[in-house]
Design a protein around this ligand. Structure first.
Ligand code: HQG
Length: 179
């Protein structure tokens, strides 16, 4: 399976497991799981046939470990816009987490903090390098440190996705460092 096809399959899976399962006639359960057989049959019916071997390859080699297979089922580890409860337990974050964004959003972020926008949660990274890559998807990256320790002490809930992304509902501006 070449790299181009691997990325294409990963994006196709992200789109349908996180955002638009109904486009494939899929109905994930409340925790976001779909039956792998149903998914593969749906992809074939929608002219983007993915084989089981390709699926396994993408899940195993994915650069961000975006998907989990559990028995006969698969789900995306984070990033959903559909209504799912991933069932992740609250977790204590490190003192600082990092958010990667771009300069054009900074005025709004200064005013209202980080909001989840189209997703369920704000996505935060444990290290600057990862946050830099996240921001770079949109242009020249700007990395904002988040005082996660203070947020946690103040009662904000954090969860850690299966692929190491820190999730929280929102980050008020006072916990952000704008240098
Ligand atoms: C910005 C990718 C204006 C925020 C990545 C971001 C990540 C605001 C954008 C995951 C704002 C939302 C998530 C506010 C936040 N006003 N703009 N108040 N608050 N923003 O894609 O964090 O490859 O939903 O800075 O690696 O960029 O899909 O979030 O620029 O882990 O697996 O609004 O997506 O992972 O964009 O990325 P997104 P994100 P995958």
């Amino acid at each position: 399976m070449d790299e181009q096809r691997t990325v294409k399959v990963s994006k196709y899976l992200s789109k349908h497991l996180r955002h638009q399962p109904e486009r494939l006639g899929l109905a994930p359960d409340e925790a976001g799981w779909v039956e792998i057989d149903d998914l593969l049959a749906a992809t074939a019916a929608h002219r983007f046939r993915i084989t089981r071997a390709e699926l396994d390859h993408v899940v195993a080699t994915n650069d961000k470990q975006r998907f989990t297979i559990d028995g006969t089922r698969i789900r995306a580890n984070q990033g959903h816009s559909i209504d799912v409860d991933l069932g992740l337990p609250p977790a204590e974050p490190p003192a600082y987490l990092y958010h990667g964004t771009v300069a054009r959003f900074l005025d709004a972020i200064r005013a209202e903090g980080l909001r989840p926008m189209d997703r369920h949660d704000v996505h935060l990274s444990a290290d600057r390098e990862t946050a830099t890559r996240v921001g770079a998807r949109r242009g020249r990256p700007v990395v904002l440190p988040v005082d996660a320790g203070a947020m946690h002490r103040d009662g904000h809930v954090f969860r850690l996705s299966a692929n190491g992304v820190w999730l929280t509902a929102a980050v008020p501006p006072r916990y952000l460092r704008f240098s």
